[in-house]
Design a binder for this molecule. Structure first.
Ligand SMILES: [Zn+2]
Length: 265
């Protein structure tokens, strides 16, 4: 089909929107940095292997958010033998402890008291350190991307190096020695039961964040985060992920941060 007949719904014209935005970064003398997080890892399997294969094929570091309480020993080998996977702590057990009148699921709220919460997190941290050694980065990824406002200072005090949730509040809890690096783009439509959100709407999330960061020097240095969920993603979400990685790798104004840069102070 000739390019002039493309409509907004054509995948090719959608992907050209991303290239156009990256061209703007390049024209401004800027580099857009990215990072990749995948949530809910507990064990090895074909989907986990696919993640690691993508990380290797595209040379992209993968921040794997692992649930400590349900961790299966099979996850140790693929993580520790990969060259680019680093482990983050996905809460403790990924259990919703919010009261019935609370809207939405919440593990890292203060409903059970700070001590219980911190004890669980420290226990989970010990498990991940024991299993993954220096592949584990002591950073908390709150289940459902939700965390009590009071908690980050306690995490910092307990020796965590940062946290990662979702959205624009990347700098809200950041302070010396505690880095908040969020994700901004998720290809999965949770409202529609975990299917792919579509190329246009997923790219909208990415382009919104990129345009905002380009206009704001403070935000432009924080990486744009891409979030996957290997356990639920359909073929279309995986295909989008591959095209995204390929597109970003080909553009001179885009780069993925090295694993040790994502949460470096
Ligand atoms: Zn999760």
């Amino acid at each position: 089909m000739p390019s002039q007949q493309f409509t907004q719904s054509d995948p090719a014209s959608q992907w050209s929107r991303l290239n156009d935005e990256l061209d703007r970064w390049q024209a401004a003398g800027l580099t857009a940095s990215f990072w990749w997080r995948d949530d809910d890892a507990v064990s090895d399997g074909p989907r986990l292997a696919k993640l690691v294969e993508l990380s290797e094929r595209f040379h992209i570091p993968l921040g794997l958010a692992v649930i400590p309480a349900t961790l299966h020993g099979s996850l140790q080998q693929p993580v520790n033998s990969s060259s680019r996977v680093f482990v983050l702590q996905h809460g403790y057990a990924h259990i919703d402890h919010s009261p019935a009148d609370e809207t939405g699921a919440w593990e890292l709220g203060l409903h059970r008291g700070l001590k219980t919460l911190m004890d669980e997190l420290q226990q989970g941290r010990a498990t991940l350190l024991q299993t993954f050694g220096d592949r584990f980065t002591p950073v908390v990824v709150p289940p459902w991307n939700r965390i009590a406002d009071e908690l980050p200072p306690h995490l910092a005090q307990a020796g965590y190096g940062g946290l990662s949730a979702f959205g624009e509040n990347a700098l809200r809890h950041s302070k010396a020695g505690f880095k908040v690096t969020n994700c901004h783009c998720d290809p999965v439509s949770w409202k529609r039961g975990g299917v792919f959100s579509g190329t246009a709407s997923t790219l909208d999330q990415l382009l919104d964040r990129l345009a905002r960061a380009r206009a704001n020097p403070e935000e432009s240095t924080a990486p744009t985060g891409y979030l996957t969920h290997h356990a639920v993603m359909d073929d279309a979400s995986w295909d989008f992920t591959e095209t995204l990685f390929d597109t970003l790798n080909r553009h001179q104004a885009a780069r993925f941060l090295a694993a040790d840069q994502v949460f470096s102070p």
